[in-house]
Design a protein around this ligand. Structure first.
Ligand SMILES: [Ca+2]
Ligand SMILES: [Ca+2]
Ligand SMILES: [Ca+2]
Ligand SMILES: [Ca+2]
Length: 963
C-alpha cells in the first residue's frame, strides 16, 4: 500500500470486474454465393456446399438410420457384442455402413505377418453383413495409399469404383499396426454398388458451364480435350478440368462430373455436377478458404530484435484463433481491443479493424528518428511513439493490437501443448468456454492525465470467466514524468511482457482451492507468481532461439526491449548463478552480488516485494531448467502447481516439484532437484513459518542420507505468569510441516508435555510453539540422534483476539484490509495501517484505539511492535505514543508515554508502566502521536516516505494475572 506506485511493474493487477461488455458481433463478410445452391453455406467455411448435408436430406437420413437401428440384423448385433463394452460400431446414415469400427481397449485382430492390405480386406470379407461389401465388392477395392507413420502404423486408403469410375468421398480406410494388428476400419463404404450406371447426359463442357454458373463466374468459351480413359479426363483451354465420378446421393449412386474451375476472382473451385440433370451435388473452394483467412503481421520477440524482430504474416484462422472473415480481433483465444479511454469497455473506434481480405496488416512505423534520445530509442530498440507529441501513439496502435493478438494465440498454443498441457480441461482461456482473454492494448493511451504508462497486468477470475489483461504504453509524457527511464514503446510489442502476464493466468488457474479460486494469496506465493511468469516467458523464448542463453551469465532479461537492455524491470537477468562475479549479475545493495538465495528474501530492494523477491524463485527455476532440460522442467514446474497446497511458500513448492518428479518421472530427478534448491538456500533445514513469512531462513544442505538414525524432541510448556502447564500448544518445525516429507509437529497435553519423534538430525532454525492465548515463540533447535529435551515458558497475551479481547472503539481511518484487529492477532507479519492526517503545524492528528480485555487483569507488562506494515516502509512506524488503562472504560489512567525509534522496529518493546495503572484493568487505550518519517530522514509531503500517508502498528500485547 505504498502510495508511490511508479516503480510497480508488470503486476498481476487487482482491477475489479471482468469487463464482460461485448462489442456488437461483426457482420459476416460478403461471400460468393451460388444462385443455384439451395442450401446456405455452413458458417465458417463460406462457399462449401454438400447436397448430402442439406437439412431435408439430413432429416430423411436420420429417419432412415433410426429405422435401421430398430431392426438391426442379428449378425450386426452379435458383431457389436463381440467387440466388448468398449467396442465402437458407428453406422453412417447415408450408406448404412460403418463410419468407424474399432475398440478403445484393444485391437480388432491379433498380430499377423500378412500384408497390411490383406489384413484389412480379410477382415471386410469376414463380416460382409457388417460392412455391406460382398466378396466381389471387396475385390474391386483399389488401394490408393499406404501411408506408414513414424510409429510404423499403416494407414490404408481403398477407393471404390463402378466400371472404373471412382466413388467420390466414400471408401474404406484401415489402420494396421506394424506387427499386423488391425486397429480400426472407417470410411463409410457404399454397399451393393452396381457394376454399371446410367449413361451420362451432360458433356464435359456442359458440366463445366454448370459449374461456372453455380459459382457466379462468367461462363467462358473453351476448347476441350478429352482422354479415352475410364473417367473421360478432360482439360479445357484456360485450365478448367473435368472427370467422371460416382456420387453417393441419398437416393443411391449417380453418375457425375467432378470439375475444377476458376471463379470470378481467380479462386479455384472443386465441384461435383450431376451428369444427368446438371444439379450441383457438392462444391468446395480450393482457394477461398485461404483468401478469407484472418491473418496479420506480427514479429516473435520485439521490433528490431536480432532474432524474431521482423513482422511476418500469421494466419490467425488456420491457427484456430480467429474465424475466417473476422473484421475485429475477437476470436477463440482472445478479444484484443484498444482501451484508450481506460473504461475497460469496447467503445466505438476501439476495435482493431481488418483490412482487405481479412488481413490485419499494420506495418510498424519507426519513431526512432522523431523521438531520439529522449525516448531512449535506437536502431536496436526502436520507438513506436513520441511521448512529446500528443496522439502519436495512434500511428502504431492497430499494429500493437494485432501484435498482442498474435502473442496471445501463440502462447495459448504453447501452454496447451505437451508437456505443459494448459488445456481447456486444465482451465485455460477460450471463447468456447466463455473465458477468452479480454485484452486491452494501449490501455489509457488517450487519458488526458497521462498516468497510464510503464505497466502491464492480468487479473484472473475462476475458470469460465474472462480474465482482463492490460498493456500500457511505456515512457511518460515529459510533463508527467520527465525522467521516465523506459523506452518510448508499447508493452504489447514485447513478447516476454505479454507472456509474463499470460502466465499469471496459468498459475492462478492451477494453484486453486476446491472451488477453483486461486490461492496465490500469500507473500511467497505472490513472489512465485511473478517468477513463474518471467520463467515461462523466457523459457519459451530461449527454446525458440529468440533469446540466446550462452554459457556466460546475464543473457536472459525480462523487459529487454522496454528497458533498452538495462535492468529496469528486474534487478538482474534470470541466468545469474549463485556466486557469479559477472558484472551483469550485480545484485543489489541489500542482497549483494551474484545469484540470489532464499536468505535474500525481503532484502533485494530493502523490503519485501513480490517482483523483487520473486527473482530468487525465478533464478532457481532457471538453474533447474539448466540441470534437467526444458521439457522435464516445464512438466515438473507445471505439475507441481497442480499438486500445491494452498497459499504455498517456496519450500511448499519445492516439495511439490519433488512430488511431481515422483509422479511423472519415477523420482529420477530427485537428487538433482535437491541440489538445485539446496544451492539456492532452500535446502533440507531451510525454514519458513508459512507462505507469509518475510524472513525465511536459508540452508544449503541436501537431505541427510537414507538410514540416518533419527532423534526425538520432547519437553514441557508452562505459563510464565501462572506457572501452570500450558495445554493445546503446538510445536512445529517450520519448513517440515507441509505433509510431504513427514510432519515434525507435536501438541501439548493437559500436563503441558509434548513429544515429536522421527526427526532427522541437524539444526532447525525455526521451531515454533504457538496456540490458544499464548504468544508464539520461535527458536533454533539442534536435534541429535537421541531424545532431545526442550522446555518452553510461554506468555498469555490478554489482548489476543483468540482469548476474547476486542477493539471497542477507534477514531482513525484504517486501510480496508489492515484494520486494528491485526494488532491483536499475535502475528508479527500483520498489523494495522492508518491513513495519516496532519494539523496545520505539520503534527500528526492523534489516532486512538480502545481494546477491551476478556477479564479484569492485574497487568505486569504491555508490549508494542510499532513497525510499518501492510506494504509500508519503516517511516510508517509509530514514533510518539501514549497508553492509558481503565477498569470501567470511562475513567482513564496514564500508564505509559514515550517515543519509539528506528532501533525499536521489528520487535516487541516492553513499556514502562506507571504503578497506579495496573490493577484490575479491563480496558487499554493506545494513542499514536507521530510517525518515524523525520527519524527516517524525510519530511512530508513526500512520495518517498510512506509515513507521509500511513502510520502503522504490528502488535500490542498485555500480560498479567486475572485480577
Ligand atoms: Ca474503452
Ligand atoms: Ca476456461
Ligand atoms: Ca547465460
Ligand atoms: Ca499482528
Amino acid at each position: 500500500m505504498v502510495a508511490a506506485a511508479c516503480a510497480v511493474l508488470l503486476t498481476t493487477g487487482m482491477t475489479a470486474g471482468t469487463a464482460q461488455a461485448g462489442p456488437p458481433k461483426p457482420t459476416p463478410p460478403g461471400t460468393v454465393r451460388s444462385p443455384i445452391a439451395s442450401g446456405a453455406a455452413p458458417a465458417g467455411k463460406t462457399g462449401v456446399f454438400d447436397s448430402r448435408r442439406e437439412a431435408g436430406t439430413q432429416q430423411a437420413l436420420r429417419q432412415r438410420g433410426a429405422a435401421r437401428a430398430a431392426v438391426a440384423a442379428p449378425a450386426l448385433k452379435s458383431f457389436r457384442a463381440g467387440l466388448g463394452v468398449e467396442g465402437v460400431v458407428d453406422l453412417d446414415p447415408l450408406t448404412g455402413t460403418p463410419r468407424v469400427v474399432g475398440r478403445l481397449d484393444g485391437f480388432l485382430t491379433d498380430p499377423s505377418a500378412a500384408a497390411p492390405a490383406a489384413i484389412a480386406t480379410g477382415y471386410l470379407n469376414r463380416y460382409p453383413e457388417v460392412f455391406g461389401l460382398s466378396a466381389a465388392d471387396v475385390s474391386r477395392l483399389s488401394l490408393r495409399r499406404d501411408y506408414v507413420d513414424i510409429a510404423g502404423t499403416h494407414h490404408l486408403s481403398f477407393v471404390q469404383s463402378v466400371g472404373g469410375v471412382p466413388l467420390f468421398g466414400n471408401g474404406v480406410q484401415a489402420h494396421v499396426t506394424k506387427d499386423g494388428r488391425l486397429i480400426q476400419i472407417n470410411g463409410s463404404p457404399v454397399a451393393g454398388l452396381p457394376t454399371s450406371l446410367p449413361a451420362v447426359k451432360l458433356t464435359p463442357d456442359a458440366a463445366r458451364r454448370a459449374a461456372l454458373t453455380n459459382i457466379a463466374a462468367p461462363v467462358r468459351d473453351a476448347k476441350a480435350a478429352t482422354a479415352a480413359d475410364a473417367v473421360s479426363t478432360t482439360v479445357f483451354s484456360g485450365g478448367d478440368r473435368a472427370q467422371r465420378v460416382v456420387f453417393q446421393s441419398p437416393g443411391g449412386p449417380r453418375p457425375a462430373w467432378q470439375t475444377i474451375t476458376r471463379g470470378a476472382k481467380n479462386e479455384l473451385f472443386l465441384e461435383v455436377v450431376d451428369a444427368q440433370d446438371g444439379r450441383t451435388l457438392y462444391r468446395h473452394s480450393l482457394t477461398e478458404h485461404e483468401a478469407a483467412d484472418a491473418s496479420g503481421l506480427a514479429w516473435d520477440y520485439y521490433p528490431g530484435a536480432p532474432k524474431g524482430g521482423t513482422q511476418k504474416r500469421r494466419d490467425f484462422t488456420e491457427a484456430g484463433w480467429l474465424p475466417a472473415g473476422s473484421q475485429t480481433l475477437d476470436g477463440n483465444t482472445a478479444h484484443v481491443f484498444l482501451d484508450v479511454n481506460v473504461n475497460l469497455k469496447v467503445d466505438p473506434g476501439e476495435e482493431v479493424p481488418s483490412g482487405a481480405k481479412g488481413r490485419f496488416d499494420y506495418p510498424f512505423t519507426d519513431f526512432t528518428a522523431q523521438t531520439g534520445a529522449a525516448g531512449f530509442c535506437s536502431s536496436t530498440y526502436p520507438c513506436s511513439w513520441n511521448s512529446a507529441v500528443a496522439g502519436s501513439w495512434r500511428t502504431n496502435a492497430d499494429q500493437d493490437g494485432t501484435q498482442v493478438f498474435y502473442y496471445l494465440g501463440n502462447f495459448h498454443d504453447h501452454l496447451a501443448a505437451f508437456p505443459i498441457g494448459f488445456t481447456r480441461a486444465a482451465g485455460n482461456f477460450e471463447k468456447v468456454d466463455g473465458d477468452a482473454i479480454f485484452a486491452a492494448a494501449d490501455l489509457g493511451a488517450d487519458d488526458p492525465r497521462g498516468f497510464f504508462v510503464d505497466n502491464a497486468f492480468m487479473s484472473t477470475p475462476p475458470d469460465g470467466e474472462s480474465p482482463l489483461m492490460g498493456m500500457f504504453l511505456f515512457h511518460a509524457r515529459p510533463d508527467v514524468w520527465a525522467d521516465d527511464p523506459f523506452l518510448a514503446g508499447n508493452a504489447g510489442d514485447e513478447a516476454d511482457i505479454v507472456y509474463h502476464e499470460y502466465t499469471h493466468g496459468l498459475s492462478n488457474r492451477l494453484v486453486v482451492d476446491a472451488q477453483g479460486n486461486s490461492t496465490l494469496d500469500s507473500e511467497q506465493s505472490g513472489a512465485m507468481g511473478e517468477a513463474w511468469s518471467d520463467w515461462y516467458a523466457e523459457d519459451y523464448l530461449v527454446d525458440k532461439g529468440f533469446v540466446k542463453d550462452t554459457a556466460a551469465a546475464g543473457d536472459v532479461r525480462v523487459g529487454e526491449y522496454v528497458s533498452h537492455g538495462r535492468d529496469l524491470i528486474r534487478t538482474q537477468p534470470l541466468d545469474c548463478p549463485v556466486g557469479s562475479t559477472d558484472a551483469k549479475c550485480h545484485g543489489t545493495d541489500g542482497a549483494g552480488p551474484g545469484g540470489y538465495t532464499y536468505g535474500d528474501y525481503g532484502r533485494i530492494i530493502g523490503f519485501p516485494e513480490v517482483h523483487a523477491d520473486g527473482e530468487i524463485w525465478g533464478e532457481t527455476l532457471w538453474d533447474l531448467r539448466k540441470a534437467l532440460g526444458t521439457t522435464l522442467t516445464e512438466s515438473l514446474v507445471t505439475r507441481a502447481m497442480e499438486l500445491s497446497p494452498a497459499s504455498p511458500s517456496f519450500l511448499d513448492m519445492r516439495n511439490s516439484i519433488l512430488q511431481a518428479d515422483t509422479v511423472v518421472n519415477g523420482g529420477q530427478a530427485h537428487k538433482k532437484i535437491w541440489q538445485v534448491f539446496a544451492q539456492r538456500g532452500m535446502g533440507f533445514f531451510a525454514a519458513t513459518l508459512d507462505g507469509d513469512d518475510n524472513d525465511p531462513v536459508e540452508d544449503f544442505n541436501t537431505p541427510p542420507p537414507a538410514g540416518t538414525p533419527t532423534g526425538s524432541l520432547t519437553g514441557t510448556i508452562t505459563d510464565q505468569d501462572s506457572g501452570a502447564p500450558a495445554a493445546g500448544v503446538t510445536v512445529e518445525f517450520a519448513g517440515h510441516t507441509s505433509g510431504f516429507a513427514g510432519d515434525y509437529v507435536g501438541v501439548t497435553g493437559a500436563d503441558g508435555t509434548y513429544t515429536i519423534s522421527g526427526i532427522l538430525p541437524g539444526t532447525y532454525p525455526k521451531v515454533r510453539a504457538r496456540g490458544g492465548v499464548y504468544e508464539p515463540q520461535i527458536r533454533t533447535i539442534s536435534i541429535a540422534s537421541r531424545t532431545n529435551v526442550v522446555n518452553w515458558v510461554m506468555r498469555h497475551d490478554w489482548a489476543a483476539l483468540s482469548g476474547g479481547s476486542a477493539v471497542t472503539a477507534f477514531d482513525g481511518d484504517p486501510w480496508p484490509t489492515c484494520g486494528p484487529d491485526l494488532m491483536l492477532d499475535m502475528d508479527q507479519s500483520t498489523g494495522v495501517s492508518w491513513f495519516t492526517a496532519f494539523n496545520p503545524d505539520g503534527t500528526l492528528k492523534p489516532i486512538t484505539t480502545v481494546v477491551k480485555l476478556p477479564a479484569a487483569v492485574n497487568i505486569n507488562g504491555i508490549a508494542i511492535n510499532p513497525t510499518g506494515t501492510c506494504g509500508d516502509d519503516g517511516s510508517s512506524s509509530v514514533g510518539g505514543y501514549k497508553v492509558e488503562t481503565s477498569v470501567d472504560g470511562t475513567t482513564w489512567t496514564d500508564a505509559s508515554a514515550g517515543t519509539f525509534h528506528v532501533a525499536d522496529q521489528n520487535r516487541m518493546n516492553s513499556l514502562p508502566l506507571a504503578p497506579a495503572s495496573t490493577a484490575g484493568v479491563r480496558y487499554v487505550r493506545y494513542t499514536i502521536l507521530s510517525t518515524q518519517v523525520a527519524e527516517s530522514g524525510g519530511t512530508c509531503p513526500s512520495f518517498d516516505f510512506s509515513g507521509c500517508f500511513f502510520v502503522d502498528t504490528v502488535e500490542l500485547a498485555v500480560y498479567g494475572m486475572p485480577g
